[in-house]
Design a protein around this ligand. Sequence first.
Ligand SMILES: Cc1cc2nc3c(=O)[nH]c(=O)nc-3n(C[C@H](O)[C@H](O)[C@H](O)COP(=O)(O)O)c2cc1C
Length: 218
Amino acid sequence: MDANPPFFDLVNGVRAMRRLKPDPVPLELIWKVLNAGVQAPSGQNTQPWKFVLVADPVKKNWFAEHYAAAIESRFGLAADQRQRKGLDLGAQGRALAYQMDHMREFPYLLLVCGERDWPFKVPEEDRVGLAPPNYGAVYPCVQNILLACRALGLGAALTTMHQVFEDELHAYFEIPETYGVVVTIPIGWPLGNFGSVTRVPAEEQTYFDQWGEKTGRP
Ligand SMILES: Cc1cc2nc3c(=O)[nH]c(=O)nc-3n(C[C@H](O)[C@H](O)[C@H](O)COP(=O)(O)O)c2cc1C
């Protein structure tokens, strides 16, 4: 696998890799990945992330079952493969179905947790219930993780469907209330090629000096 590509190729090649091999991945590679993650910035350098690295087959199986049920309930993609026979799912649907069917076989499932913290804009008197996890700090960490996986030739995909069964997830993995699970990332050696991402170019997403202004570039 083409590991360690130059930076701009790396960024361009961080695809959501949903088809992974069951082959083992050495733990030292995961430490490299997670140590790239923790280089991310955070407000006042609070580093409000924690990781739960799941490799236990029983626990991966628990997660896989809940994940498949969540996909079925939200996207109508049947967890039972027989019910999907003959359906045209499209490229992303097929990749999602593969991920759902094989989740339990992937070597690692990484839960990235963020400490809960009220955003500044929520006034004290409106702070009811649990604060959201510190998304602003955790997502740069997540992106570093995805980049590091790609640099090492590992496949990974950012997933958020665990939100559907977050309470059970917290209870099962004994995650304290002070943290929320921000993303879950299956990690393993990729089955396919990395390819390039498809995105609208920045030139089309940018205005000059005020919203909507496409002329008068500096
Ligand atoms: C906030 C966020 C939530 C996402 N949730 C999921 C998810 O639950 N399951 C999944 O397979 N991919 C998820 N993705 C990955 C996107 O679907 C993927 O990056 C996008 O479709 C572009 O595909 P590409 O990265 O392969 O180019 C998520 C990405 C982001 C940033």
